[in-house]
Ligand binder design. Structure first.
Ligand SMILES: C[S@@+](CC[C@H](N)C(=O)[O-])C[C@H]1O[C@@H](n2cnc3c(N)ncnc32)[C@H](O)[C@@H]1O
Length: 258
């Protein structure tokens, strides 16, 4: 039903769907790639986050264009999209295929991740995004904190505080640890279990930490609040067996900068 709450937009160009073998964002079919991006855009960016066509969007962990693709038919000539991605192939694919959209830009950040970019030369906990302060109205991190450790996430939240203008929104998804999700995961309920504890975070795989990371919800909220970002909207997903149907299995927040 939530698909009906926002206006229908034309289908994005077919050339913006990569071949399945090149998709590395966890989508198992091209339909999942398309539907996942479109549903998240409608529900979380436009409906809950009130993204306007003329706003400036930063997509951190832009992958191979899952969110960029539906935004090509939503953002207007005054709006813009910048994607930052650590997998070079994803950036190169998007650079080539989005050539016709001059307000869409893709940037490679050579950040180390044992799971995604094992030859990376810099670290997320010290990375400064290549944009001026207050450059964006909307920042997206869809399933990105789920692949980052605590210090990297803390740095990114400080960067979000620097980059977002007043009234700007941040859409972030993740596996958020709170008493309810901890009880469920410890009882083996749900699809995702994080058996390895590392301080306040929990890992799917101790050998490759970035494969899957769950973060302490209270700590995340406090970090965002320090940057003047308060929670405006929250949905809690089915990853830990809550039995809910939402466009994302992860928990999803919209935060607003005051
Ligand atoms: C599960 S995919 C999600 C991709 C995209 N956001 C989406 O919604 O489909 C995780 C993405 O985060 C990127 N990523 C992982 N660690 C990152 C980091 N430290 N900084 C930025 N991106 C990162 C990965 O390369 C990958 O593209």
């Amino acid at each position: 039903m939530y698909f009906l709450k926002v206006a229908k937009h034309p289908d994005p160009d077919a050339s913006l769907t990569p071949p399945l073998k090149q998709i590395f964002d966890g989508s198992h079919t091209t339909e999942a790639f398309q539907n996942g991006g479109e549903a998240a855009t409608r529900e979380y960016l436009i409906h809950r986050g009130r993204l306007k066509p003329d706003e400036r969007v930063l997509d951190i962990g832009s992958g191979i264009g899952k969110i960029a693709r539906p935004l090509t038919v939503y953002l207007d000539a005054k709006g813009s999209y910048d994607g930052v991605e650590i997998v070079k192939d994803g950036v190169e694919w998007c650079d080539t295929h989005y050539e016709r959209f001059p307000n869409f830009r893709f940037h490679h950040a050579d950040i180390y991740s044992k799971h995604y970019n094992a030859s990376g030369t810099t670290h997320d906990h010290e990375y400064r995004f290549p944009f001026d302060d207050l450059s964006f109205d909307f920042i997206i991190l869809r399933s990105v904190f789920t692949h980052m450790l605590k210090e990297g996430v803390e740095n990114y939240i400080r960067e979000i505080g620097r980059l977002l203008c007043k009234g700007g929104r941040c859409f972030v998804t993740g596996f958020f640890l709170n008493p309810d999700s901890i009880r469920r995961t410890e009882n083996g309920v749900g699809e995702w279990v994080f058996p390895h504890r590392r301080g306040s975070i929990r890992l799917l795989d101790d050998a490759v930490p970035e494969r899957g990371v769950a973060h302490d919800e209270a700590h995340l909220r406090a970090q965002f609040a320090e940057q003047g970002l308060d929670l405006a909207d929250a949905t809690y997903g089915d990853w830990c067996g809550r039995g809910v149907t939402l466009p994302t299995i992860q928990d999803a927040w919209i935060l607003v900068k005051s």
